[in-house]
Design a protein around this ligand. Sequence first.
Ligand SMILES: [Zn+2]
Length: 263
Amino acid sequence: MSIITLANKDLLIECENFIYSKCSSRPSKSVIDPEKYTKYKNIKQTFIFLDDSEDLFMECISYIFNTITRVNKSVYILNNDSYKIINFTDNKFKILTDQLRDKYNNYVIILKDIYTYPKIQYIYMLSNFFTEVKIVMSQIMSYSIIVCYKKIKEFEIQIKDNYIKDFDIKVDETVVKQIKSDNKNFLENAIRINDNISNMCKSLSEISNLNRETYTINKYYKAFINRECNIYCDCKINNIFYSNLFQCYICEKCLVLSRLFLF
Ligand SMILES: [Zn+2]
């Protein structure tokens, strides 16, 4: 939900001190509230807005770039520079590191979540090799991108295996706190929406409202991502719809959201 910028800094990276693990790390307490995480994990089926990762990618990328051109699935031209797109959804650090060693200077790494400390350590370490690194989180779903601008140093992290427990690097406290707070907001939202939906599903008439609401919210999200929410609308009463999930009003015509009572 926020954009975190890491400026280039010289870090002492000691690859021989990395601690390896047999599997992917569990969520870290320093990054996520364990109680909320368990509650979130227990939701049988999380309500999914925008299942299409292409939309989420566009959402995040448009927070920081004005001109976006897709060359193919793994290359985009963003504000006149080419970026290689890397999917890091399996938490395999060795594979990611190898991918960051090719001819490109700019990268966008896609992450499903930032729930573990080693993941934050890795992102933090990237600022040693690039002019700037930005962490951009979606406002809609659990989805983040890491944008790495202009490689300035050879990417010389030596990694022997995929899963790492500790990169032996101390991350700036404010960065960890900010990510934790974003995670907290996301989990709280997901839990609240799930509670609202469970309540709504107790009656049939509410279920049809839920369908209308899901349809409207999806339409709103698509318009939001494509910057198409039209502000030049006189928002007639017939078009105003109250969203229980968002706890706000949506004009179904121009898709503008409002928390105010409009009429
Ligand atoms: Zn309107």
